[in-house]
Design a protein around this ligand. Structure first.
Ligand code: AMP
Length: 397
């Protein structure tokens, strides 16, 4: 079955056409600057990227351009749109309504709309993608795969905040967690790859990218995660602060004459590795090279990142009363041997020693702890699009 996977952002859209039988990507790319000017990147498997600048006033023109590229006579991956048998959408927030992926119908659209307030930048864009696909490809089944769904198994002690209960009851203020598709995919794969017993396993997934989150997974079910009501909570990220003393907000607002919007902008876009490095960069590669050249701010940013990971992992080991495997994934987790080494140095108390040679390998599933380590540490590349494709096929078949 050929499945179109769509991840709609407010001014961008990522897509992949996947053959679910072979799980090969037939074509992929993205639309950028939707509503501004417009740029389509299209790449058929085995061919070079094609870049087309063309006006995309709305997501409708953007998706139409993707469909035209996919069916282009010369470089298209399919002959006709009728070959697309299902569409899988990434939807950021499913609130408490969705604990798993679901076939999209009018009721689902309404329920996703009700979660808009919880993800005002993302959910409306996801819904536009769903509506435009329904218009341009009528009759093709669509599936919503939620970033929050995997974390819905968290118990109240993990998802409740120490706030007036009314905020949870009336406004649904609670920890939801994000990156769920990645945590689910990687934790399942870890159990297979490391030969663990799926019904008796304790796995910690460290999804370290521009956005970062960690989750604790017992017997395939998430019991805790670092991100919260929004993706701002938890560990330090590229530009997000992660956890801080909430009183800092009032203190800095007064000093810098900022309103709540201004403060949120600082916490989401000007903090994290970027802010801590003295506005040097949010990109870990830049920080690694700056630290290598002796930049103290960059060094501190890397140290805070590794220390944060070590502390959350330690907390989850306590919460699960043990751990069988700790897994790194996403841009930093998969590629930065330096960060992994800095993190694993904290794990001596777990009987873990780093296999330095394995840790220097990139781009593949690999165990990076030595064979005599008491807990396995591994790198497992994430693949959210494939996870969306798999869920889509399971619901459509
Ligand atoms: P993601 O959000 O998962 O795409 O991850 C983005 C982050 O991964 C950025 O901070 C990148 O600097 C980092 N990253 C990507 N490739 C590498 C690499 N080869 N070495 C170190 N960090 C990398």
């Amino acid at each position: 079955m050929k499945v179109l996977v769509i991840n709609c952002g407010s001014s961008s859209l990522k897509y992949q056409l996947i053959d679910s039988d072979t799980e090969n990507v037939l074509a992929k790319g993205l639309c950028e600057r939707i509503g501004i000017d417009g740029r389509l990147v299209y790449q058929k498997a085995g061919l070079d990227k094609e870049i087309t600048e063309a006006p995309m006033p709305t997501h409708k023109e953007a998706i139409q351009m993707v469909l035209d590229a996919l069916t282009n006579e010369k470089t298209g991956a399919i002959k006709s749109l009728s070959e697309v048998e299902a569409i899988g959408h990434r939807v950021v927030h499913g609130g408490e309504k969705f604990a798993s992926s679901t076939l999209i119908n009018d009721d689902v659209i309404k329920a996703v709309e009700e979660c808009n307030e919880l993800a005002p930048l993302h959910n409306p864009a996801n819904l536009i993608g769903i509506r435009v696909c329904a218009e341009l490809m009528p009759g093709v089944p669509q599936v919503a795969v939620f970033d929050t769904a995997f974390h819905q198994t968290m118990p109240p002690k993990a998802f409740l905040y120490g706030l007036p209960l009314k905020y949870y009851k009336d406004y649904k203020v609670r920890r939801y967690g994000f990156h769920g598709t990645s945590h689910s995919f990687v934790s399942k794969r870890a159990v297979e790859f490391l030969g663990l017993d799926k019904d008796n396993s304790k796995v910690i997934v460290c999804h370290l990218g521009n956005g970062s989150s960690i989750s604790a997974v017992v017997n395939g079910k998430c019991i805790d995660t670092t991100m919260g009501l929004t993706p701002l909570e938890g560990m330090i990220m590229g530009t997000r602060s992660g956890n801080i003393d909430p009183a800092i907000m009032e203190y800095v607002a007064k000093k810098e004459n900022l309103d709540i919007k201004g403060i949120m902008n600082v916490l989401n876009k000007k903090s994290g590795l970027f802010g801590l490095s003295g506005d040097l960069s949010s990109d870990l590669r830049d920080l690694e090279s700056a630290a290598g050249e002796g930049n103290e701010n960059a060094k501190h940013a890397l140290e805070v990142l590794a220390y944060d990971v070590a502390k959350f992992v330690g907390g989850y080991v306590a919460a699960m009363n043990g751990v069988d495997a700790i897994v790194f994934t996403a841009g930093i987790g998969e590629n930065s041997g330096t960060v992994r080494k800095m993190v694993v140095q904290y794990f001596g108390y777990l009987g873990i020693t780093l296999d330095e040679e394995a840790n220097n390998t990139r781009g593949e599933e690999i165990v990076i702890s030595t064979p005599d380590s008491k807990v396995k540490v591994a790198v497992i590349p994430t693949n959210e699009e494939l996870a969306i494709c798999r869920d889509t096929v399971a619901l459509v078949k």
